[in-house]
Design a protein around this ligand. Structure first.
Ligand code: UDP
Length: 236
């Protein structure tokens, strides 16, 4: 028995860097693919959104003189690069997956539609949703809220490098405490930065719970799927 039948897994582009300063760390990518394989074998339907921050971010591009919309388009293309890398890493260990793109660009990936996404999931293949929402001024967190809601996922699993949501940034404040559970309203009231507000509000309004957990520890994804109490659950 698994705690969830259909999930939306959000991975940040930054975590794909591993210890590097830029790009994709092959070892980290392989470890993520292996964790995904473990839960695919449990029969869970898996949709994935990956960020692009390890390659390009529209906001930093704009700070360096790029037009914001062009910069965001570059960021969205960066998520496609990461999605192809994950697609290839999954394929190398025998897990079938399909890259769907929010911007039309066959033959790199098929153009996203809800029907195609559900068809892929029901065939037992992993669906990788790339290019975010397809629109500038959004983030891949919002892209994953959107896709998670569209595919009617039971939960959004936000894989990060910390093991949940804390009262303060645990990398800066050693006295920070982790929440086992927290409500959306509490996140707003405490001003906690779990995701951007657009992404958080979409989850709240459409009743998609979020689990924030440390994806960099092997076996953690399986633990969340098995219903073990790790990470922080964000609920209504
Ligand atoms: N982006 C966008 N629209 C979207 C999703 C992403 O314009 O719907 C762009 C935006 O410029 C963002 C970049 O893609 O900075 C990379 O995504 P994000 O920063 O969310 O990646 P992460 O921080 O998760 O690596």
């Amino acid at each position: 028995m698994t705690a969830y039948k259909r999930i939306l897994l959000k991975l940040s582009g930054e975590s794909l860097m591993g210890d590097q300063e830029y790009g994709i760390d092959q070892q980290r990518l392989k470890e993520y693919a292996e964790q995904i394989k473990e839960i695919a074998e449990m029969g869970v339907q898996i949709g994935i959104v990956i960020g692009g921050g390890n390659i390009f971010r529209g906001l930093s591009g704009a700070a360096n003189g790029f037009d914001r919309v062009k910069g965001d388009q570059m960021g969205m293309l960066a998520t496609v690069i990461n999605s192809l890398a994950l697609n290839s890493a999954l394929s190398a260990i025998g897990v079938k997956s399909k890259v769907l793109t929010a911007i039309r660009m066959e033959p790199v990936g098929e153009f996203y539609s809800k029907d195609k996404a559900i068809e892929t999931l029901e065939k037992g293949e992993v669906a990788i949703f790339s290019a975010g929402t397809g629109n500038p001024y959004f983030t891949t967190d919002t892209g994953s809220s959107l896709r998670g809601i569209e595919i009617e996922a039971d939960v959004m699993l936000k894989g990060t490098r910390v093991d949940g949501i804390y009262t303060a940034d645990p990398e800066k404040d050693p006295s920070a405490k982790r929440f086992d559970k927290i409500s959306f309203d509490d996140i707003y009231h405490r001003g906690l930065k779990v995701m951007d507000l657009t992404a958080t509000t979409m989850c709240k309004e459409n009743n998609l719970p979020i689990v924030v957990f440390n994806m960099d520890i092997k076996g953690n994804l399986k633990k969340v799927i098995s219903g073990e109490d790790i990470g922080t659950l964000v609920h209504r």
